[in-house]
Design a protein around this ligand. Structure first.
Ligand SMILES: [Zn+2]
Ligand SMILES: [Zn+2]
Length: 212
């Protein structure tokens, strides 16, 4: 079962709000028995230009873009998308680069979710479990929206610290050998989410922190 578990949302020290070294991220992901991890730094793909590899772990490319109206992840892309474009323009660029647009933490205003803008998006994958969201309510609302509209789903830790890597994840029905496999399974709704949230105490602290 562990074979198909991926943390599809995480940050490295190439994100300005994160100090995690790529080697430590990889080590922790292996220790957490993940089969793979997507590094989705804020507005940069520098991590993916360093060619970090480990044969025990599949590292997927991606970036978390700060659009004019909140965060959108481009899973599978190797180049960053310009900041502060509209959500629609950002999604178009991600698709042009053969990536998968994901709305991370859509209803979490503490993490710059796109909020109500998601209601007008038809081709969007919804992150229904964000391990760093301070309140369950945000994830529950995302899950409800995805279920009601039969949208593809992902889960990820959104880890900005090593110890949070793998705390929330995506479970794939079939083996994932590369990024195209991963995107195809997500699109075909062959994914579910699993894992956990932060502890109550941590949530309380995080609720008053600002996410850049
Ligand atoms: Zn975010
Ligand atoms: Zn993030």
């Amino acid at each position: 079962m562990n074979k198909y578990i991926f943390d599809l949302h995480s940050h490295s020290h190439y994100s300005s709000d994160c100090k995690s070294h790529p080697k430590d991220i990889i080590k922790q992901a292996i220790q957490q028995k993940l089969s793979g991890i997507a590094i989705t730094d804020h507005n940069t793909t520098k991590f993916h230009h360093q060619n970090y590899k480990d044969n025990r772990l599949l590292i997927l490319t991606g970036v978390e873009v700060s659009t004019k109206s909140g965060h959108i992840i481009g899973l599978g892309i190797k180049e960053a998308v310009k900041k502060r474009l509209s959500i629609e323009e950002t999604i178009e660029k991600i698709i042009d680069m053969n990536g998968l647009p994901i709305a991370p933490h859509p209803f979490d205003f503490t993490r710059k979710g796109i909020g109500k803008k998601i209601y007008s998006l038809e081709e969007i994958t919804v992150e229904t479990l964000n391990g760093s969201s301070p309140f369950d309510y945000f994830n529950e609302k995302a899950e409800k929206w995805a279920t009601q509209n039969n949208l593809p789903v992902t889960g990820g830790s959104d880890a900005h610290r090593i110890k949070d890597i793998g705390m929330a994840y995506t479970i794939f029905e079939n083996e994932v050998n590369n990024i195209d496999d991963a995107i195809e399974q997500i699109r075909k709704r062959k994914t579910t989410v699993g894992g956990t949230h932060l502890t109550l105490g941590e949530k309380f602290i995080r609720a008053f922190q600002i996410h850049f």
